[in-house]
Design a binder for this molecule. Structure first.
Ligand SMILES: [Zn+2]
Length: 433
């Protein structure tokens, strides 16, 4: 009985989340950025009939007012490198390594930016800077604040930080709280510098300490910001759809999936986890393979998860830490967005139907799903597996399930063979009879 109630609640909550599903653009920067920039965020916002913008870096009030005038809510992004003095990340608020040198995230080392240094969550001045900057974003009309790279010090432990005086002092208190003994006047930084690293019995506590520092920092920030503006929504990028204790502080997560390592089992797990935790989950994925990019987008909405239109987003390669800006081609994206918009109320109540019971067969490299929509209509969605390198997939459907309007985007080739019809394309969406 209890399980029934729980699954009913989970089901209800996924419906509740889905009913609000919107067409969301990722425009990381507000274009044009200068007179040479031929891109326009407002133009694509209109082209794609965007209903919300997430993860936008912009501090130009005139530009933001244009979005507000169009009635489009936006979340503004903030990150550990939030600037404190004329576009720079000055050292007094930043994380440092054992030698007192500021830390740069490994994937940012090649970036030509004036503010590469990450703030330390234990630094009181940085805490204040981060809160004030967030409050300013609320004042600029943001419905939400998107914290980009919310792991802060927890992440920096992997790159040799942070050993600033704030951290060292707080670490000693943490050890006392944990009942771990240390000598009078203990300074973890000196200890580490004088020590053969393999004997560092304190390091496991240090990792725990930094993680807890980040959680405490974010909770304090959240409380202050919600006092400042009760309805502000707090988002973060929870890579791959993980909900660690750090990410759980947030109301919503934007799960990035790396082009090189993503797979649909990981996507399915992310959907299940966010439903169980009743967290709002949004997806972000882009691939140089257009079929994969568009297939991922449709797959998300068929599973009641919003996905960012990948326009001015990043192609994330996990293996090389290489990041490239990416803009989806409008010609194929627009019909996909229009389809999502016109069917989303029906998608809310969609249920899975087994494709084998319908006699539908897919070749390898294909993720295939059949859905009954809320109005009883039957759809087949076949997309390229994210791990495969093919550019085309093939699906065979019994001819009695097919009518002349089956192919929604008219982008597949069709071959009749006896009582079966074979479709081939980089993305197959059929409305079956
Ligand atoms: Zn520190």
């Amino acid at each position: 009985m209890r399980n029934l109630i729980i699954s009913a609640l989970v089901f209800m909550s996924s419906i509740c989340l889905a009913q609000n599903s919107k067409i969301v653009l990722s425009s990381r920067w507000f274009h044009p950025r200068n007179s040479n920039d031929t891109l326009s965020t407002l133009k694509v916002t209109k082209e794609f009939e965007v209903e919300r913008l997430d993860w936008l870096y912009c501090d130009d009030t005139d530009k933001l007012n244009e979005l507000s005038n169009l009635g489009i809510p936006f979340s503004l992004a903030i990150n550990p490198q939030v600037t404190d003095s004329f576009g720079y990340s000055s050292l007094k608020m930043r994380m440092v390594n054992l030698y007192g040198k500021p830390i740069i995230a490994p994937w940012m080392r090649a970036w030509k930016i004036s503010n590469p240094y990450w703030g330390c969550v234990n630094n009181v001045q940085f805490q204040e800077l981060f809160l004030k900057a967030s409050e300013r974003m609320v004042d600029m009309g943001a419905y939400g604040i998107m914290v980009d790279d919310a792991r802060f010090n927890d992440h920096a432990v992997e790159w040799g930080g942070c050993y600033c005086t704030f951290c060292l002092r707080a670490f000693n208190l943490f050890l006392v709280k944990r009942g771990v003994s240390f000598k009078r006047g203990f300074d973890y930084r000196d200890f580490k510098l004088s020590l053969n690293q393999s004997n560092d019995k304190y390091f496991k506590y240090f990792k725990e300490f930094q993680r807890e520092s980040v959680i405490a920092f974010l909770k304090k920030w959240k409380e202050a910001l919600k006092t400042y503006s009760a309805n502000v929504v707090l988002l973060t990028n929870n890579f791959g759809g993980q909900w660690t204790d750090i990410y759980k502080v947030f109301d919503a997560g934007i799960a990035e999936f790396a082009e090189s390592s993503a797979n649909y089992d990981q996507v399915d797990t992310a959907i299940k986890n966010s439903n169980l935790l009743k967290k709002r989950q949004i997806f972000s994925y882009a691939s140089r393979n257009e079929g994969k990019t568009l297939g991922f987008y449709l797959y998300s909405y068929f599973n009641n998860v919003e996905a960012l239109i990948p326009w001015d987003t990043f192609l994330v390669s996990e293996s090389t830490m290489d990041v490239k800006r990416f803009f989806i081609n409008s010609d194929r994206m627009i019909p996909i967005v229009k389809f999502v918009k016109s069917t989303r109320d029906l998608l809310n109540g969609a249920t899975n139907v087994s494709n084998s019971s319908l006699g539908i067969v897919a070749e390898a490299n294909t993720r295939i799903r059949c859905y009954h929509l809320a109005d009883g209509s039957l759809y087949l969605l076949a997309v390229i597996d994210l791990q495969s390198n093919v550019s085309k997939i093939k699906v065979t459907v019994p001819s009695q399930l097919v009518n002349q309007n089956s192919d929604i985007f008219k982008n597949t080739t069709k071959k009749m063979q006896g009582s079966m019809v074979t479709y081939e394309g980089d993305l197959i969406l059929l409305k079956l009879t």
